[in-house]
Write a protein that binds this ligand. Structure first.
Ligand code: NAP
Length: 199
């Protein structure tokens, strides 16, 4: 182990398997907690997945009542599961590989306002432009997905003249384990979902 290598003490108040399932994606909700500010409009692509659910919870907590959390999920079981959580202000159903479709659906919901932050937690390639397109100039694009192509994101943003700050989803940010495990303590619902699906 490197001297700077990270570790987290497993908590006493939840099963090890549950804690490990959440810690696997701890960077995403922790970064969300740090990036989202009160009043922000936040788009989350892949919102019904493991990291997506944690990000939705943190985004709503940080954006507050004046902000909006827009969860984007595949139609069917995923979208229905996400809707049932009430974690998002709206759940938009669609295909995250279709940038124009994503943009139009987001703008239809916001009444033409571009989002302040878009978070990509999908598990498939070719979703870079769907993440970049709905973000306002000087907004933030956070790519947590490992399927993200640096080339597609960088050249795609240039191609459409989008001046946004793009962040590579570092798996680590200070306090990532504490922030993520706390979500499972605060939200009984998310804990139940995690125990049912991911443990
Ligand atoms: N940066 C890091 O340090 C780090 C660490 C861990 C993981 N990751 C990455 O983070 C990503 C998410 O991980 P996860 O564990 O949260 O994955 P997950 O639970 O599989 O969630 C991914 C979500 O993306 C959705 N999705 C797939 N195709 C879609 C489409 N065309 N349109 C809309 N939604 C779509 C899936 O929908 P369905 O529910 O319908 O399948 C699923 O809900 C992965 O790429 C993973 O490799 C990164």
């Amino acid at each position: 182990m490197f001297e700077s290598g990270i570790y987290a003490k497993l908590p006493d108040d939840m099963p090890e398997t549950l804690a490990l399932a959440a810690l696997d994606v701890a960077g995403a909700p922790a970064q969300t907690a740090k990036l989202v500010k009160p009043g922000d409009y936040v788009l989350i692509l892949g919102a019904a997945g493991k990291s997506g659910l944690l990000c939705c919870y943190e985004a709503k907590k940080r954006a507050g009542v004046t902000g909006k959390v827009i969860g984007f999920a595949r139609p069917g079981k995923s979208a229905e599961r996400l809707k049932a959580t009430n974690l998002c202000d709206v759940v938009i159903e669609g295909d995250a590989t279709q940038p124009v479709e994503v943009l139009n659906k987001v703008l239809e919901y916001t009444g033409g306002r571009y989002v302040d932050i878009a978070i990509n937690v999908v598990n498939i390639p070719n979703t870079e432009m769907s993440t970049i397109l709905p973000v306002r100039d000087d907004g933030i694009v956070y790519f947590f997905s490992m399927a993200t192509s640096f080339t597609k994101a960088a050249l795609g943003a240039e191609g459409i003249g989008k001046d946004v700050n793009m962040i590579i989803g570092n798996g680590y940010t200070k306090g990532h384990a504490q922030i993520t495990l706390e979500v499972l303590r605060e939200s009984k619902l998310l804990r139940e979902i995690f125990e049912t699906i991911y443990v």
